[in-house]
Design a protein around this ligand. Structure first.
Ligand code: ADP
Ligand code: MG
Length: 223
């Protein structure tokens, strides 16, 4: 039987946009806040010359492989246009977290979430994890904030080091053993996943190398 997130994937691919506004907090990319038929709110990255939309969808696939769907919202590629006056382009559509707080202090979040975020950024080779690219949902004031990772446009390079405040917080520290099972599961299933359809062969090979390296290392780093 399909899991709820699989149903959501199908819904995102097919539901009609009802209301579209330009995202006021948009950074480098042209993003839109969209209500889909039925009322689900999403953030759409409109495809274009430098949209990095495949990287966004690939990050969701990796979250799924790790079993960390609570931390990265469902993201699909789909034909989208913000208005009748725009051309239809393949775009990335991601469910919006709400209510949220942008860039909370990492020390106010559960330690396990921050560790998973650090491992995630090592695996996807995140190069742009500044505070505007993570959220707490619900916000810290709720007393039970959880980490949500957004913006995976700058990811999947085959070499170098991540540029991530979350990764850097734990770089060189002993990896909690209980998180290794998720990494092993992702490594076993990566080839049969949709990841190779979204990033090129060298990038998939680099992911495999990073997963293997992290699994075999005592402390957090990349090869
Ligand atoms: N899934 C999401 N849920 C809630 N807000 C989001 C989500 N994705 C993006 N946003 C908001 O939109 C802003 C821009 O999105 P982001 O993915 O960072 O694109 P870019 O920085 O490339 O414009 C974010 O800083 C955040 O405020
Ligand atoms: Mg951003």
């Amino acid at each position: 039987m399909a899991e709820p997130v699989d149903t959501l994937v199908e819904y995102l691919r097919t539901a009609k946009p009802l209301a579209v506004v330009r995202n006021p907090t948009s950074g480098a990319n042209e993003t839109y806040i969209v209500s889909l038929e039925g009322g689900v709110a999403i953030v759409a990255k409109y495809g274009g010359p430098h949209p990095n939309i495949k990287q966004e969808a690939a990050a969701w696939v990796m979250a799924r492989l790790l079993g960390w769907e609570d931390m990265v919202a469902v993201t699909v590629l789909s034909a989208f246009r913000p208005s009748q006056g725009h051309e239809i382009r393949e775009s990335s559509l991601q469910v919006a977290w709400h209510p949220h707080e942008v860039g909370p202090d990492l020390d106010s979040l559960p330690a396990e979430d921050v560790w998973r975020g650090a491992l995630f950024d090592a695996i996807v080779m995140h190069r742009d994890r500044h505070p505007n690219n993570w959220l707490a949902c619900p916000p810290v004031a709720s007393g039970e904030p959880r980490l949500k990772l957004i913006d995976h446009g700058h990811t999947w390079d085959t070499g170098g080091q991540p540029s991530s405040r979350i990764y850097e917080k734990h770089q060189g520290k002993p990896i909690p053993n209980e998180l290794r099972t998720a990494l092993g599961g992702a490594l076993r299933r990566v080839d049969r996943s949709p990841l190779p359809q979204l990033i090129d062969g060298a990038a998939v090979e680099a992911v495999r190398k990073r997963l293997t390296f992290v699994l075999q290392s005592e402390t957090l780093g990349v090869p």
